[in-house]
Design a protein around this ligand. Structure first.
Ligand code: HEC
Ligand code: HEC
Ligand code: HEC
Ligand code: HEC
Ligand code: HEC
Length: 366
């Protein structure tokens, strides 16, 4: 036989083997030997048309989760980073869901398999479905956002952090991750007041996901980028806001500027947006706390102060770290800042200061 014919026959045998053996090949879970699925089941997600996976991957690549910034906060890098790895690394998070600590020789960023387990569950449900307890015991229950709240929650329980005179320090406070607490309106220093919440606390049944993952048609906004704002393009993701049942189909375009109901920051200008009012309050409180020596360059100093003063520092950090400038929960953010300013300037958390301009507010209490 000619060489060419031999090749053709071998090829034919190979193809026949693939047809009779390959297609019947079962996919077995390596860890426990269980049958997972027929290979054809893979094609429900992996096909020549798996546009959802490709789009999600493309978006994820530009996200902060994919950046891998701060994944060095793990025990291999330094023993004291061990408590950080459950939120800052994929391996740490997965182990924490099992109530264990991570093992292995490397840590990776928050990726597809941190949030999904498609090859175990054969679907794209997120790993955390049940309600999540925040540090003060509050039960956060907002659909697929329970996943987000597992990491995006304050690291402090306010009821234990401030119980009387309190020693401040550089890293004292809620950490950068208090978004679930802010959205739910809980776990800040409320001065015994009933501050209340804005609509977003309850109308967004899927919490974070409804706004940050709303499809914008843009790779760098919403979806698996989780971005609300693309600085390079100066584009805002307003898809989640411009919903008929929410703000109407065209309420927002060039930004999140929402007119404030009142002059929250007492600067005499009642034409400002929520963002501007919250920024005004943050500025005023920062100046007061700096004057009192409790805050320096956006960090607490190492003074020991009364509970109500520590509460003022905590509330400033709580709104500052949340970074939504009122978008997550206007009423709670404004209430926390006003109560702190009132306390520092009048001694009474409810005693609204008479001064018109915040910069004129005088510190009388610490
Ligand atoms: C429910 C959807 C779904 C099904 C069903 C599914 N996968 Fe996946 N698979 C994913 C996702 C999501 C990823 C991550 C994104 C990507 O790599 O495209 C992935 C990635 C992979 C990867 C790359 C692994 C890596 O580390 O990046 C392999 C290999 C793979 N799948 C094989 C399979 C096989 C074999 C089957 C059939 C048993 C299967 N998948 C079934 C969703 C699925
Ligand atoms: C409960 C989960 C959780 C734990 C535990 C945690 N972090 Fe974080 N951390 C986050 C989240 C979520 C963010 C992102 C906040 C954001 O981007 O708005 C963050 C942000 C940060 C940032 C700021 C990153 C930036 O670019 O601004 C630093 C630094 C940081 N964490 C360090 C640590 C260290 C060090 C530890 C351990 C001592 C730790 N974190 C423990 C959830 C956590
Ligand atoms: C930080 C968590 C997180 C990460 C990381 C993540 N996802 Fe998702 N994914 C979600 C959430 C939340 C949903 C929406 C679930 C819902 O509301 O039912 C979702 C939905 C999906 C869907 C359904 C269709 C869609 O786009 O909404 C696909 C497909 C998907 N993810 C693929 C991926 C792939 C591929 C990766 C990795 C490149 C990935 N996901 C990484 C949280 C995550
Ligand atoms: C495993 C923990 C974890 C989960 C789950 C998680 N995140 Fe994050 N997220 C982080 C950390 C950590 C960062 C900051 C990365 C860094 O700077 O180190 C972050 C960053 C972000 C950012 C970017 C903030 C910025 O600085 O631009 C957004 C937005 C965000 N997450 C939203 C979400 C949403 C929405 C969900 C749920 C679908 C979610 N995250 C789920 C840990 C998590
Ligand atoms: C009602 C819509 C909405 C909900 C619900 C929501 N966010 Fe936001 N979020 C925003 C807006 C608007 C901003 C401000 C974006 C800006 O000004 O750039 C923001 C800002 C942020 C930021 C600061 C970084 C950034 O992207 O600007 C993080 C981190 C964040 N949100 C995470 C979360 C998490 C985690 C949840 C759930 C616990 C959540 N958000 C719920 C709308 C929402």
């Amino acid at each position: 036989m000619k060489f060419k014919t031999v090749s053709v026959i071998i090829l034919l045998i190979a193809v026949l083997m693939m047809i009779f053996i390959g297609c019947e090949r079962k996919v077995i879970n390596e860890s426990n030997g269980d049958l997972v699925a027929d290979a054809s089941a893979c094609f429900t997600c992996h096909s020549d048309q798996d546009r959802d996976l490709r789009a999600a991957t493309f978006q994820w690549q530009v996200s902060k989760h994919a950046s891998g910034d701060n994944i060095d906060r793990n025990r291999i890098n330094a023993g004291f980073y061990q408590p950080c790895e459950k939120c800052h690394t994929s391996e740490g998070f997965l182990a924490s869901l099992e109530g264990e600590s991570a093992s292995g020789e490397y840590f990776t960023q928050i990726g597809c398999f941190t949030c999904h387990a498609p090859h175990t569950n054969t679907n794209l449900e997120v790993r955390v479905q049940q309600a999540v307890a925040l540090m003060n015991g509050f039960s956060f229950d907002r659909g697929s956002a329970n996943l987000c709240a597992s990491c995006h929650q304050s690291r402090a329980n306010i009821d234990e952090l401030i119980m009387g005179d309190t020693e401040l320090s550089l890293r004292w406070g809620p950490h950068h991750s208090n978004h679930a607490d802010m959205l739910a309106g809980t776990n800040a220093y409320e001065y015994g007041l009933d501050i209340g919440n804005s609509a977003h606390t309850n109308v967004a049944q899927n919490g974070c996901v409804e706004c940050h993952m709303s499809a914008s048609g843009d790779i760098t906004l919403g979806g698996h980028s989780w971005n609300m704002y693309d600085e390079a393009k100066d584009h805002y993701n307003v898809t989640g806001c411009n919903v008929e049942a929410c703000h109407g189909a065209s309420a927002f375009s060039g930004g999140f500027g929402y007119p404030a109901d009142a002059d929250y920051d007492w600067d005499g200008n009642d034409e400002e947006t929520v963002e501007e009012e919250v920024a005004g309050l943050l500025d005023s409180l920062e100046i007061l706390l700096e004057d009192a020596g409790m805050l320096d360059d956006a960090h607490p100093t190492d003074l020991t102060v009364s509970a109500d003063s520590a509460g003022a520092v905590f509330n400033w950090l709580f709104v500052h770290e949340d970074r939504s400038m009122g978008a997550h929960n206007t009423k709670y953010a404004v209430g926390l800042l006003q109560a702190a300013i009132n306390f520092l300037t009048t001694g009474d958390p409810e005693g609204a200061p008479a001064a018109a301009k915040p910069k004129d507010l005088a510190l009388i209490n610490r």
